[in-house]
Structure formats: structure tokens, C-alpha cells
Design a protein around this ligand. Sequence first.
Ligand code: HSE
Length: 404
Amino acid sequence: MINVAIMGFGTIGSGVYEVIKHNNEAIKAEIWDDIRVKKILDLKDFKGQEVESLIVHDFNEILNDKEIDIVVETMGGVSLAYEFVKAVLKSGKHAVTSNKALVAARGTELIQVAKENNVNFMFEASVGGGIPVIRTLAKAYAGEKIREITGILNGTTNYILTKMDEDGETFEQALTQAQKLGYAERNPEADVEGFDACRKIAILASLATGKEVDFEEIYTEGISKIEKIDFAYAKLFHGSLKLFGSMKVEKSRLYAYVCPMMITDRHLLYMVRGVYNGIMIEGNMLGKSMLYGSGAGKLPTASAVVADIIASARHKNKNVPMGWGSEKAKVEDIKESTHQYFVRFSGNDTALIEKCKKDFGEVKVLQLEGEDEFAILTGTMKEDDFKQIVEKIPETIKFIRAIL
Ligand code: HSE
């Protein structure tokens, strides 16, 4: 019998319980053993509900229960989750989490603690919900040198951008709709300002490089300044805007960022619409591959947690390396990266258009009928050089990085 404990019986925790119950026979067939949820840690009592008899309020009841093999952390937050998960691993139990904030902040240490105690710390559900991107990087592409990972890693912002693009909604209208549908939180900052995607790309970059990539070193810009008119310009060249989380290794240097990106319909991630996630991975032998699917939500995320429970049960007495070491990676400053840029300027002054052509080199000029402004698309430039030019032009309204 494999005994599981769940810490935190919210959306994901209750989803894990549901998946174990619903798919019990299928899970048993995978591990050749019985599986059950033995204890659930939560502040609430869940009186009159099926799980009432499993509820405990004291973490030590799980920690000191010798029958519990695998502990799931779905509480969220960092401090307490870290303390509990570390104690779980030290006690010789496996830990599985869906908590990207915990993995991004403390992943390196917890992977090490798991190794020292011959157990596993698994976190498939922390990035991409039901998309098996962690397993793909750690196992399927274990022999690859990863050159690039670029993903739409946040379902809420992708939903908002899709609504702005397809239904002509403003950012505020699309956000309100996302909140009504339960995608966006009442305080949507973590999603719309890119913090969620930042932690996710930090986790993927750590797996891809084998080093600790500090999420605080990753340039992060959200979508709250994206306007309807940006999509109108994008439509002139069959393009759109997406929030990308990206890491690239070029000449042994690591670049990583989260920011809105203007892309054309030829980009692999263009067709990732609504709340879905898409992740493009490029390896030196592999070339390009792409993962697509439900990046959030109760059951897709719980399904990924259960896959980790199964993997832990299969390696009950063995630590499985994740390819994420303790050495710290250096992330280059965004100023050192190169991009194309979409830039909007106020007015329609022919002299300014000519100046742009001269200053930025080869540019494409975009004009919308009836608007007292114009935009340009630049060639590929180093961000530092681009900024030195653009910051000297007082008519600049804004710029967005672009892949054309
Ligand atoms: N808020 C996240 C999203 C949930 O919208 O993608 C999954 O991490």
C-alpha cells in the first residue's frame, strides 16, 4: 500500500484527491500496488464531507506517521511550505509540489536535501499545469544541450491577450472577464505583471542549464500596458501579441526574460489561444519541439501532481537526479540581449519618419488610418543600442519587443 498525505486541501489539493479516487484502478496498474490518501492537513474541518475523517490540523501527525510514503504540498506560499517540505524530505518521505513560488525560491536546496536523504522532490505541476514539461526536460531531453525555451506560460494573460486580439476588448474589459471566469485572481498582479511566468521560466531555465537560475535576475514586464491599438498595428502584418517567458543560451551566455512580444502568424506559438499554454524547446541535437495543453486549472494540475506521486512510488527507495545542480547561473542583463522592436511615435511628421529610418537603419513604417501617430518595426538590434536612440526621441509613445 502506498500512503499519501495532502497538505492544503484547496483547489489543487482537492483535485489530487479526486484524481486518485477517480483513476484509482489505472494508478494501481501503474505502480502494482494499492494507493490511498491517508491524511489531509488543512485549517478547515470539512464537516460532513467525505474527507472529514482524514483531516488533521497538526503537521506532525503527517511527519511522524511511518506509514506515509509520499507527501503532497498544495498549500502555496513559500515560508511554511519550505519548512514542511524540508522536514518531510529529511524524514525520508518523498515530497511532491505544485507550488512554483516554492520551487523557484528554494528548489536548488530542496533537490539537494532530497538527494541527501535518498528520496525525491518532484514538481511537475509547478510549470505548465498538465503539460509534462519538467519531465520532458529532465528525462526525455536529458542528453540535449538546450539552446532555447520560449513559452506562453501563463493562461490568464494569454486569455486576456486573446480577448483583446479577437474580440477587440480593452485590457480592463478582458481582465474583468478573466476574473468572472475564475482564471484571474481578484488581485491579478502576479499574472498580469508577469511574476508567475517569471518563476516558471526560472524553473525551466534551471532544468535546462543544470544550474540555479535566480528568478530575481530575470527581466520581467507584464501586459498591463498593452492597448487595443497595439493589436491594430499587429494586424497590419497578420501579427499578434503574446506574453513570452524565454531563456536562450548563446555563446555560453544565458539570457532570460518575461515580456510581451509582437509576433507574426508564422511563429510556432501564434496559435496558442485562450487559457492554453505552449512551450517551444530547442536543443542542439533535437532541433525544435513544442508542447501544448492546459497550463492551469484544478484537474490538469492535479493530474501532474499524481504523475509525480506515481513516479515517486516507482522509485520508492531511490533518488532520481533532476539535472538541476547547486552552481549559480549568471543571467545577462536585458541590455545585452538583441531583439527587433515595434515602436510607436505621436504625430505623423514626415521628418520624424525619415529620422527613424536614418537612426534605426532598415525599418518598416506602419500607419493606421485616422490615427495621429505611426509605428516602426526595426531590424535586430542590441537592446542597449536601441534604447540609446529611442530615449532621445521625445515623440516616442512606447516600444514592444518583436519577433518578425
Ligand atoms: N495563474 C496561473 C495561470 C495558474 O494563469 O497560468 C497556473 O500556474
